[in-house]
Design a protein around this ligand. Sequence first.
Ligand SMILES: NC(=O)c1ccc[n+]([C@@H]2O[C@H](COP(=O)([O-])OP(=O)(O)OC[C@H]3O[C@@H](n4cnc5c(N)ncnc54)[C@H](OP(=O)(O)O)[C@@H]3O)[C@@H](O)[C@H]2O)c1
Length: 384
Amino acid sequence: MAVKSPSERVRELLIPSAGEAAATAKQPLIAVAYTAAPALVTFCAVIGAYRLGRAAWVVADAFNRHVLRKPHDLYERYAIAGKDSWVVVTGGSDGIGLELCHDMARRGFNVCMIARNAQKMEEKLAEVSAECPDVKTKAVAFDFSKLTHFSDYEEIIGESLKGLDIAMLFCNAGYIRTGPFIGLKPYEIESSVTINALHPFYTTKVLIDQMANRAKRSAMVVTASGLAHLAVPGCTDYSATKSMASFLAEGLNYELQGRVDCMAWHNGKTATKMNGLVADGKVIDAEVAVAGMLRDLGYESLTYGHKAHAKSMFMVTNVFPVWKLKEVFYNGFKKEFEESGGDSTATARKLAEKGRQAKITTTYGWLNDSMVSTSSRPDPLTGK
Ligand SMILES: NC(=O)c1ccc[n+]([C@@H]2O[C@H](COP(=O)([O-])OP(=O)(O)OC[C@H]3O[C@@H](n4cnc5c(N)ncnc54)[C@H](OP(=O)(O)O)[C@@H]3O)[C@@H](O)[C@H]2O)c1
């Protein structure tokens, strides 16, 4: 029996018998389908091949990133021999930023933290020095929610770091308050904008000449978030401001190629005081998260970091429809908000309590860390 071509089979499906086929002369729609069948088959085959090719590329790329490719030796790539090279980490006094400070000191870089609480930075830097006695350390006290003009950045950050050889900059400080936009307090929206969006732009701008005009290439990483990937209802301000920060790194990676490696980090759930979570596989420790991100530095303009987070982002970008993601996120954040009495500050307190349980052995209580404020504007956590 002769083997039928795909288009013949499609024709048969559309028009099961020759008798019916004859009748199609009087049925223009079927006649068109009959004529178009070969083109339809070719079209579907091309689309299918494209989708398959894309899927194969995603798998091959993931295999390369997570298994084959060796991370750069960051000291060799960015430090200048014989010169004191510095790494600057905003939000370096806790969580992911603190882990970055320890990691960079172990590699031989001097470390500069920028955060709000000067005393806390001193204590954390003492821990860094205890582990790596040869590195120099520096703290710059700066509250990104209160100092919001470029001139503030110039006067405090620019002046404090003048003349230093800045090899790497991590714009990492961040802020989240979830809940329906209409229920968020104005200062919470303001904190999202100033901390998540303005701070990476202004810090980078104030240091970029120093970094782009060194004798060696430098690096800049923005800790954005997986939530920057789409407009996420229930934390619209967070996803929007993180997306703005992410674009900064991606755009500059092109503008400054060869001089500054810039990368956006769409990080996933990490066990820190920000969310009070405990590492459980999907939620990972700061140390694991940082290693996952650094692996891609110098190769990519955007990373999801560790494979646990890359897997979740694969589902977000390739599997779930956007409308479903929006529904799930919004319902989750709204429920959390409502359970806390429609008060986003109370949600924060609830998270803080979880954080206290998770971090009960640390020197600091989460509330103490987060309540340090330097002006009369309400504290984002307490609302007072
Ligand atoms: N943890 C996660 O699951 C997760 C997921 C995705 C993305 N991220 C992002 O990762 C980054 C680090 O988060 P984390 O979880 O490590 O947070 P964290 O443990 O709460 O640490 C926050 C750090 O930022 C500093 N900071 C906060 N507000 C500041 C302000 N107004 N001015 C200056 N410094 C400020 C804090 O310093 P002080 O104590 O001095 O205030 C602290 O050093 C953030 O950008 C966050 O959005 C986190």
